[in-house]
Design a protein around this ligand. Structure first.
Ligand code: SF4
Length: 363
């Protein structure tokens, strides 16, 4: 299956023109476009973790997860050289298969993501590439198995010390019942404590929503950040699996406010490219008032023609994402929240946010 790339011809000059118009670094515009269009190459990989250096800012490597078989993409990989049409724009340092595994590290070993509930077997969201991943992720039902997962992860940690962890994210939408999710989180906190890990636990979910559950999390799991899987504000019944879609748009801000009132940290996930910009603006404004952490905004990737059909009109154009970026900066910038590069593999921000440097570089 090959990616249904937009038919738009995008050259380097056009990227520079758009970057200037929206006052963003050319490198940010290039990386957004790379996530949007994927890469054409002689590899048949549907999805790969690709470490990329942009030629004009080679001191910062970026990890992107993109298809390498996007035949219509304006980006081409030739050997290690990355071309946008005829222009050499970067190089690829490394390509790894994107496997659903039990756990992995980010932020140089300070953050871990656990996938304890066989995410690869979860289906139902129109934008989810799960079925394209090679699956090696277990379903861990017991604390003993979580202990075994942590023991295996120690071996992969850069300094073999999990007590360094500041954040442990549970990345699964596959708990479909609130009580199962809360029980899992209580068990995870027990196991982490036994290993001397005091990290905040983050959980991506739309099934935890009762005041009772929030109180249990505050009592037995905190520090904890509830990452509400909002994903989109329109066509939710069409685009989301039932357990996510049943949370109605109007209920989301109320849920986040109650979670905050219970003493929990809050955030949400959102896929940019599914909703028209005015709906994005309205929805992000409503939720943004109740978050303590910068939300996770991801560029929508279409891996086939059906997925491409779910895009909102004009979201096959780079300019849509630059407009979305400016809109979100306006809405959230004043609240002091900033994206963390390591938190998201398909972000709208790389080197700057609203003109501020995110990388500590000279920009
Ligand atoms: S809940 Fe949706 S996005 Fe999450 S793993 Fe399942 S199908 Fe994919």
């Amino acid at each position: 299956m090959q990616i249904a790339a937009p038919t738009t011809v995008l050259g380097y000059d056009e990227v520079v023109r758009l970057a200037t118009r929206y006052d963003v670094p050319v490198e940010d515009a290039l990386l957004i476009a790379l996530n949007l269009y994927g890469i054409s190459s002689d590899q048949e990989t549907h999805r790969a973790r690709v470490s990329v250096q942009i030629a004009s800012a080679p001191h910062v490597p970026w990890m992107v997860i993109v298809p390498l078989n996007a035949v219509q993409s304006p980006f081409r990989l030739v050997g290690r050289d990355l071309y946008l049409e005829e222009d050499l724009v970067g190089s690829v340092r490394r390509v790894d298969a994107d496997e659903a595994v039990g756990g992995y590290f980010r932020d140089n070993g300070l953050a871990a993501t656990l996938n304890p509930n066989a995410r690869s077997r979860c289906v139902g969201c129109a934008f989810c590439p799960n079925t394209l991943e090679a699956a090696a992720d277990p379903r861990l039902a017991e604390e003993r198995e979580l202990t075994e997962l942590l023991a295996a992860m120690v071996e992969q940690h850069p300094r073999r010390d999990l007590t360094e962890l500041r954040e442990v994210t549970v990345s699964t939408g596959c708990f479909e019942r609130e009580d199962a999710a809360v029980t899992h989180l209580l068990g995870l906190r027990t196991v982490l404590s036994e290993h001397g890990i005091r990290a905040r636990i983050g959980f991506l979910t739309s099934v935890i929503g009762s005041d009772t559950a929030f109180a249990e999390l505050a009592e037995g799991v905190a520090p904890f950040v509830l990452r509400l899987t909002a994903e989109c504000f329109t066509r939710r019944d069409l685009l989301l699996k039932a357990s996510k879609a049943q949370l109605r748009r109007a209920e989301m801000p109320v849920l986040l406010r109650r979670a905050r009132d219970a003493g929990l940290d809050t955030s949400f996930t959102y896929i940019v490219g599914l909703d028209p910009l005015d709906e994005l603006r309205e929805g992000v404004a409503a939720l943004g008032a109740h978050v303590t952490d910068f939300p996770n905004f991801q560029v929508y990737q279409a891996h086939n023609s059906i997925m491409a059909g779910f895009r909102t009109p004009v979201a096959e154009q780079l300019e849509f994402y630059l407009q979305a970026r400016a809109t979100i900066e306006q809405l959230l910038g004043g609240r002091g929240l900033r994206p963390q590069a390591w938190e998201c593999y398909r972000p709208l921000w790389y080197f700057t946010f609203a003109g501020e440097s995110l990388t500590g570089g000279p920009r």
